[in-house]
Each structure stands twice: as C-alpha cells, then as structure tokens.
Design a protein around this ligand. Structure first.
Ligand code: GLU
Length: 317
C-alpha cells in the first residue's frame, strides 16, 4: 500500500515537472546595449519563479531588432526585443519584411523610447546629420534595427552608403573603440539613453551627439505614424548639457502565438508584480508606467497570455 502511494506520488510529480517546463530564449542586442539589459532583467524576474511555474528564460546577444524578429519567426527564439517600426513591418509584411510577413507575431509590452542618435568625434567637423557626407560613418551591423532605420532615413535624404568616404558595419560593442581610435568619424545608434555604448565613448574621447532634423526627417515622420520627434535629454552624459533633437521609436518586447499563453502570462506577471524592482535595473526603465507600456509603440495585437494578465489587472477591457 505504502509503496503504491509513493510510486503514484513520484509519477505525478514527474509528470507535473515535465509538462510545465517551457524554455524562453530571449534575443536581445549587443552586450553594451540596453536590449541586453532588458533581456537580463526580464529573465531574472521570470527565473525566480521557475520552480513554481516551470518557465525558464535565457537572454542571448544578437545583431538587434531585425535578427530577433527573424529568429522568432523561425521558432529559434520565443521572446525578442524589436523597435516599434520593425515590429510593425514584420507583422504587416512591409519594407524589409515584404517577403517574410509573420502574422503570428505578437507584442508583449513596450519599454522605453529609442532615439536615433549620431555620435560624432569632436574634431570631425560634424555638427549635424547633414555634415556626414564624405565622412567615415559606422552605419551599423546588418540585422540591427539601427541599420534598418538608418537605411530608411538615408533613402529619405537621397543618400546611400556611397555618400560616406567609409561606411563600416561594426557591432555596437565595437563602435566606441573605433570612434576613439579615430578609425571612424561618427556612428549611428538607435537606442535608449543612457547606454553603456555611448558612455564608454564619452569616457574615452568626449564625442558629441548631433541633431538629426530637416525636411527628410519630417517626411519620414509624415509617412510613418510610429516615428515621433524627440530629443536626447541633456545631462545624461558628461559634457553634454543640452537636449539634442532627433526622432524616436519604442523598444518593444515581442513573441509569437506559437509560444504558450501560460508562459507569456507568467513573464508579464513576473515583471509587473516586481515593477519597482524592474524599474531600478536600468535608468531607461526609471519612469515606466504600465499604461505607457501597453500603449506607446504598440502597433500590433497583444500576445493572448499578456492580454489575460492585463485584463485581470483592469488595464484593458
Ligand atoms: N535598437 C537597436 C537595434 O534594434 C538595439 C539597441 C540596443 O541594443 O539597446 O538594433
């Protein structure tokens, strides 16, 4: 009798553990970027509950938005960070995703604004985006959201990479050294601020963030509602007291309807039940509110697991 009960208990415990195990591979960006911090932060909160929920999350570095959207479609990643402009295109099958429409793509929540930033050496004669013609510019790694958005901006201005004397494709983790070693005059970076990438360049060679304004920016904004005017706030980096005007998108967390609702429910629950802790994990998270995270930069439907939690909280109807 005793033996049978023990055997029964063991079988049921094993079944529960096996059935509950869901792995969430989370595609982020370069190691010095802010996406990587989002991945680490979300996974840390999710993994505190693994014994109870069976959901295990692990962040990995990647080229950024475009690479993350593609690996979610391929089923290699279950979570990923993506700029709101590329979230929109991947779901709708437009622009870069004309041949790769993913109607299973879903948003979980948005995070913070990402500002299209041009960081330039002080001795390069670059005061504005317009001054980049003929300069050595890191146009960013293929597969990054920075590069994809830069390509759209350049096309709007009537430029190609041939308008620069050098168009390098270094990773985010390599650009600060390249700038400060005088191998490039400027780099593009579409990210939350402050970011470790810009901080390390500022510490090593005090570059400037220069304005990105003009008719070509206005026409880009007119055509695409998910772009908005914004400024890199002054005072975030040493020696940069003034706001710098440019345009912005939102950093968003995306997934797929192929990922079980329960796993995404547990993911958002872990973040919002520990929201004060989450907001302390990076300065770009400090002013987040659930309201903004459910609204700004959300251009596609929510994942059903996220929706369930938001309904329970009364945040959506
Ligand atoms: N927005 C950038 C991209 O999609 C990544 C920024 C970051 O890593 O924080 O490539």
């Amino acid at each position: 009798m005793k033996k049978t009960l023990l055997a029964l208990l063991m079988t049921s415990a094993m079944t529960t553990a096996q059935a509950a195990e869901t792995y969430l591979n989370f595609g982020t960006g370069g190691q010095s970027g802010v996406y990587y911090v989002v991945g680490q932060s979300v996974c840390k909160l999710v993994n505190r509950n693994t014994a109870k929920t069976g959901v295990k999350c692990s962040p990995s570095t990647s080229a950024g938005s475009i690479a993350n959207l593609r690996s979610i479609e391929a089923g290699e990643n279950q979570l990923g960070m993506a700029q709101s402009d590329w979230q929109y295109h991947a779901y709708n099958g437009s622009s870069e995703f004309a041949d790769a429409k993913n109607d299973k793509l879903r948003v979980v929540f948005s995070v913070y604004p990402e500002l299209f930033s041009v960081i330039a050496r002080n001795d390069a004669g670059i005061e504005h985006f317009d001054d980049l013609a003929g300069k050595r510019v890191n146009v960013a790694e293929p597969g990054s959201g920075t590069r994809a958005t830069a390509d759209l901006l350049m096309a709007e201005k009537g430029w190609t990479t041939d308008d620069f004397s050098l168009a390098s494709e270094l990773k985010g983790s390599e650009v600060a050294d390249a700038l400060c070693d005088n191998n490039i005059d400027a780099f593009f970076y579409n990210a939350g601020h402050p970011s470790a990438t810009v901080e390390s360049a500022v510490a090593a060679c005090q570059p400037q963030i220069v304005p990105v304004t003009g008719e070509y920016v206005d026409s880009l904004l007119e055509k695409h509602p998910y772009y908005a005017k914004a400024s890199v706030p002054g005072g975030l980096y040493g020696g940069m007291p003034d706001d710098v005007p440019t345009f912005a998108v939102y950093a968003t967390l995306v997934s797929s309807t192929d990922v079980p609702d329960e796993a995404i429910y547990q993911t958002v629950k872990a973040v919002f039940e520990n929201f004060d802790r989450f907001k302390k994990l990076h300065p770009a998270f400090a002013n987040l509110t659930p309201q903004d995270m459910l609204e700004k930069g959300v251009t596609i439907p929510f994942h059903p697991g996220a929706e369930r939690y938001y309904r329970e909280q009364g945040w959506i109807e």
